[in-house]
Each structure stands twice: as structure tokens, then as C-alpha cells.
Design a protein around this ligand. Structure first.
Ligand code: ARG
Length: 399
């Protein structure tokens, strides 16, 4: 009996060609696995196509709920943002895709797994580090990295092997989509000196065309997890989709950046992530109300590390797990409501409320109700500033 290889399948040209190429090159039975992490696609069509182009079995796994529960909630707790801009949704989904492939591989007794990533990106790293951590004995095949086919060659190969090639004008961009965002690469975007072409954006209107009236949306949180919109309780998947629609209609969540890839390349990236932008804005704001100062400041350092770990594909590692334990511990008081104003491309938290609030009006006010004893400040500053004073006295005045 031939060995089996479980391929991460998207239904696109490259992974369709990969099914056939792997089967022929390695003389194995290919099992195609498509994982639904919230891209709105025709999954039954994708499943059928997998079999039609030569997979012995083609499977679709609906992992939207898991993606929210086990990945997005953690991203929110950590305010996950790589290099201050990218909410890392692609990075976040790869370990889950790998996990689903490994589950199928175990169930079917497959010794090989494969993905369709090229040798220039981060995704190959994320898949392969995840496979290695989850099931160290698996053999890994990366057809797109091995075969070196151009797009024309892929099309020729597809035509020769009866693999349907999508008809019509091919999009000039390469995109990746899930519940947490949409990425756009290639084509005109590759010249960073040019503004991004308007047709790259699909989830968001141009802020120029966004409504002239702001929209106020109130997000409710429990233990750091968003649970309601305008007081209406909602499941996570539904809540994120609703905010993608709402934010997109106000031009919220467009990102245009130069990014440092793990493989050493700088690349120009566009992202659309309305829900992630709104939720992280609201979440950070609520944290600033309920977290004590030292926890909050320390957490900001951990967030940088966390973003790097996720971006680098180091999800299934002890440090990511330990950082999550820290993040989770900080989230207990992160409960309450934040109102975010959506207006012409901007999402700004404008008001917040929480039973866990550490804001004390009588301490903060400059009005009559002030209870803060200002006389205590003098001694505090004397001691707080003592090292600076002593340094100047002993070493001389600062330049
Ligand atoms: N630069 C982003 C990242 O590394 C987006 C990658 C998009 N991936 C893709 N297969 N199109 O996470």
C-alpha cells in the first residue's frame, strides 16, 4: 500500500497542481485538507475539486469556532500586533491549519504532510515548525519550494493533467483571508514608493467614501474576551464578522506597511482588518482602565515578545504557552464596555465603563470633591528623585 501525504489544500491553482505533483513525484496517496478559518468560500466546491484533481480523499474541517476560542481570544488578550501595525492573522491561523493536518495524518496513518508555501515567506516556517512540534516523525514536502514552476508552467502542468484552471482575468494580487483579516501582496503593491491601488481593498471602503456621520459601537468584554455589541450578547465568530462589516463600511482597518519577514526580506504589505482594529482598540482602552500600572507596563513588554513568537511561527512552544498563562492571569478584571467611534477610517475608543475600574474620581478630580493629600507628594518626590540628586552632587551637573 502506498504511503499517504496530507496536504493543506486551498482549492487554488497551486495546491491543486500540488496534489497531482506530490502523488506522481513521491508515489503517495494524497489526502487534501481544507480548513475553514473564516474565509467565505465555497467549501463543498473546494472539497469536490480536491478529489477531482487527484486526491484519494478530500476533507473540509470547519475550525472557525476553534480559531476564535483558542487563537483570536489569545491574540486579543495580548493585543497582538507585529511591528506596531500587523495583527498577524495569517500567522495566527497557520498553527491551527497544521494542527488539523496532523490530526488527519494521525487518523489516516499518514507519514507525510505538505503545504503549498513558497521558500520566500513566513508561512512555510509556521507550518513546518508546527508539524515538527506536534508530530516530530512526519516527513514534510513543500512542492512550491521544490518544483520552481512559474505561473505559466503551473498552468501548462494543470492543462496537461486535466486540472481546471480558473478562467477569467486573474487577480493581480495574492491574498490570504480569515476571520481576523485579509492580506494583499504582489503586483503593484511591490513598489513601496507608490500608494496602494484602490482595487487592492475589498473589505473596506475608502475613508473618502465612508459615511459623513460617525458610528458609535459599544463592545462588551468579559475576562478580556469580547462578548457583546451594543449590549447584545453574541458568539465570537458572529461578533467578529459583524465588526468586519461595520468597520469596513467606515473604512476602518486598512494597514499599509513595510514589514520584516522572518526569512530576512523586507516586504510591502497591505492588510484589511476592521474587526481586529476595533476590538484591539477597545481592549487596550479597557485595560488602561482596569489594570494596575505595573501590570500594564510589564504586559506591554510581553506583548512585543508575544507578537514576535506568533509571527515567527513559534506557537507550539513552551514560551508562547507561558506567555499565554501570564496574559490570561492579567485578563480577570478586563470586563466592561467600551464605546468606539468609527469615522472615516479611524476607530477611536471614546468612553469606557467597568465594575473593575481602578479610576477613583475623588483622587483624580481637580474639583471640590478632591481627597488626594497633596502634602504627601513632597516627601515622595524627594525620595523618588534622590538618586538623580546624589549623582549630580557626586559626579557634577548633567550636560
Ligand atoms: N506577510 C504576512 C505574514 O507573513 C502575510 C502573508 C500572507 N500569506 C499568504 N500565504 N498569502 O503573515
Amino acid at each position: 500500500m502506498a504511503d499517504k501525504c496530507v496536504l493543506a489544500y486551498s482549492g487554488g491553482l497551486d495546491t491543486s497542481v500540488a496534489i497531482r505533483w506530490i502523488a506522481e513525484t513521491y508515489d503517495v496517496d494524497v489526502i487534501a485538507v481544507a480548513v475553514d478559518v473564516g474565509e467565505e468560500a465555497d467549501y463543498e466546491g473546494i472539497r469536490e475539486k480536491g478529489e477531482q484533481v487527484g486526491a484519494v480523499e478530500s476533507i473540509v474541517v470547519d475550525a472557525k469556532q476553534e480559531f476564535f476560542d483558542d487563537y483570536i481570544t489569545r491574540a486579543i488578550a495580548a493585543n497582538l500586533t507585529y511591528e506596531n501595525k500587523y495583527v498577524a492573522f495569517t500567522a495566527l491561523a497557520r498553527p491551527l491549519l497544521a494542527q488539523k493536518q496532523v490530526e488527519v495524518a494521525r487518523e489516516k496513518g499518514a507519514k507525510l504532510v505538505a503545504h503549498g508555501c513558497t521558500g520566500k515567506g513566513n508561512d512555510q516556517v509556521r507550518f513546518e515548525v508546527s508539524y515538527a512540534a506536534l508530530e516530530p516523525g512526519l516527513e514534510i514536502i513543500a512542492p512550491a519550494r521544490e518544483w520552481g514552476m512559474t505561473r505559466e508552467e503551473s498552468i501548462d502542468y494543470a492543462n496537461q493533467h486535466g486540472i481546471p484552471v480558473p478562467v477569467g482575468k486573474k487577480s493581480p494580487y495574492s491574498t490570504d483571508t480569515n476571520l481576523w483579516g485579509r492580506s494583499i501582496e504582489c503586483g503593484a503593491i511591490e513598489d513601496p514608493s507608490l500608494e496602494a491601488p484602490e482595487d487592492a481593498w475589498q473589505w473596506t471602503v475608502s475613508p473618502l467614501d465612508a459615511p459623513d456621520e460617525p458610528h458609535y459601537v459599544t463592545i462588551g468584554f468579559e475576562e478580556g474576551v469580547p462578548v457583546s455589541i451594543d449590549g447584545e450578547l453574541m458568539g465570537g465568530v458572529e461578533l467578529v464578522s459583524a465588526l468586519n462589516d461595520l468597520g469596513g463600511a467606515h473604512g476602518v482597518g486598512r494597514v499599509n506597511m513595510m514589514e520584516n519577514r522572518l526569512v530576512g526580506i523586507k516586504s510591502r504589505e497591505l492588510y484589511e482588518c476592521p474587526a481586529a482594529t476595533i476590538i484591539i482598540e477597545a481592549h487596550r482602552d479597557l485595560e488602561s482602565l482596569v489594570l494596575d500600572r505595573e501590570t500594564m507596563h510589564f504586559k506591554q513588554h510581553m506583548e512585543l515578545k508575544y507578537a514576535e513568537m506568533v509571527y515567527y511561527g513559534l506557537w507550539f512552544t513552551p514560551l508562547r504557552k507561558a506567555l499565554d498563562a501570564f496574559m490570561l492571569e492579567t485578563q480577570a478584571p478586563v470586563a466592561g464596555e467600551v464605546t468606539v467611534k468609527l469615522y472615516k477610517g479611524r476607530a477611536e475608543a471614546v468612553s469606557r465603563k467597568s465594575d473593575q475600574s481602578l479610576y477613583d474620581f475623588s483622587l483624580a478630580t481637580y474639583g471640590d470633591e478632591d481627597v488626594f493629600d497633596q502634602s504627601g507628594a513632597r516627601g515622595f518626590i524627594e525620595i523618588f528623585g534622590l538618586p538623580a540628586k546624589v549623582t549630580s552632587m557626586i559626579r557634577g551637573l548633567p550636560e
